[in-house]
Design a binder for this molecule. Structure first.
Ligand code: C2E
Ligand code: MG
Ligand code: MG
Ligand code: MG
Length: 288
């Protein structure tokens, strides 16, 4: 398709043909090589109890330690990986690495024992016929307990779940794995899926949190999301809490869990293990 091509000027008087498709293929190949060469890194961000006393969890977030471009955030490569399918080997690598690290904390520090591990799962992964077997294999291999694992799904997964997807999610639930809906409120899914799918938690998107401490309308909307979660008997986690005021507002409206820079940024595994130890020793509640 001629319209897809552009002739790009590369240097003085020389031209080369540039195609977005070739570019995608090259970037996809680079990404798949990165998985094989162990260039990916998992960082972990805590989720805390807003009113104190609740057990902690940590979310695994992938980064790419690129040989020339430095540490890349998922925003720079996950979308492409979703498109090309590279997110399948990436996701498997992240789950294995996160479970391996978390199993090591459990063995080494008593504070880590009750901590849950959340891992993001892409829509592409959920559509894989061997999803359940893959996850079971990784849990066996790493020794991480299924009932401490939570998988985060976006609303795109649940938009029109076919029977096979639903049965895969039920099989995961039956193994003791928790399922949560990530970025809740940003998709266009009907709410009925909350009754049919074995979901345990909603993660309220950061966009609902941003202005709650200054804008009464924003406060009311966030409160409605919390009430909705309660009506479906789901846990609710607020994302992107950056200030103490936001944390207090959320605790006041009955939101029990939160995540954000106000509490802790995503950090490498060794830093997270140290954070967990310090946290339990202090045993403080963050907001009251
Ligand atoms: P997410 O799962 O919703 O993760 C939360 C994102 O918000 C993370 O960005 C985190 O660093 C950021 N964040 C946390 N607290 C705050 C805050 O207080 N303020 C602000 N402004 N941001 C905050 P990150 O690590 O860049 O990841 C972005 C997205 O990439 C994730 O959003 C998730 O959708 C995706 N992602 C990350 N790791 C994986 C993975 O292993 N597999 C898949 N499929 N997707 C992943
Ligand atoms: Mg997430
Ligand atoms: Mg999220
Ligand atoms: Mg998000």
């Amino acid at each position: 398709d001629a319209a897809m091509y552009a002739v790009k000027r590369s240097g003085r008087g020389s031209y080369r043909v540039y195609s977005p498709e070739l570019d995608t293929n090259a970037r996809d190949a680079e990404l798949r090589r990165a998985v094989e060469n162990d260039e990916l890194v998992v960082h972990f961000q805590p989720v805390v109890g807003l009113a104190g006393g609740d057990s902690l969890s940590v979310e695994a977030l992938v980064r790419w330690n690129h040989p020339t471009r430095g540490l890349l955030m998922p925003g720079a490569f996950i979308e492409l990986a979703e498109e090309t399918g590279a997110v399948i080997p990436i996701g498997e690598w992240v789950l294995r690495d996160a479970c391996r690290q978390a199993a090591a904390w459990r063995a080494e520090i008593p504070e880590a024992e009750p901590v849950r591990l959340s891992v993001n799962l892409s829509a592409r992964q959920v559509m894989q016929a061997d999803l359940v077997e893959t996850i079971r294999g990784i849990l066996d291999e790493t020794g991480f307990p299924a009932d401490r694992l939570v998988l985060e799904l976006t609303e795109s997964v649940v938009l029109e779940p076919d029977e096979l997807t639903v049965s895969r999610l039920r099989a995961l639930r039956d193994m003791g794995i928790g399922l949560s809906i990530d970025d809740f409120g940003t998709g266009y899914a009907a709410l009925s899926y909350l009754r049919t799918l074995p979901v345990s938690t909603l993660k309220m998107d950061r966009s609902f949190v941003t202005d709650i401490d200054t804008d009464p309308d924003a406060y009311a909307v966030a409160e409605a999301v919390v009430r909705l979660a309660q009506a479906f008997r789901l846990h609710v986690v607020a994302e992107g809490i950056e200030t103490a005021d936001q944390a207090r507002c959320l605790a006041d409206m009955g939101c029990r869990y939160g995540q954000g820079y106000h509490f802790a940024r995503p950090m490498p595994g060794d830093a997270l293990a140290a954070w967990l130890t310090a946290q339990r020793q202090e045993s403080v509640s963050f907001t009251r």
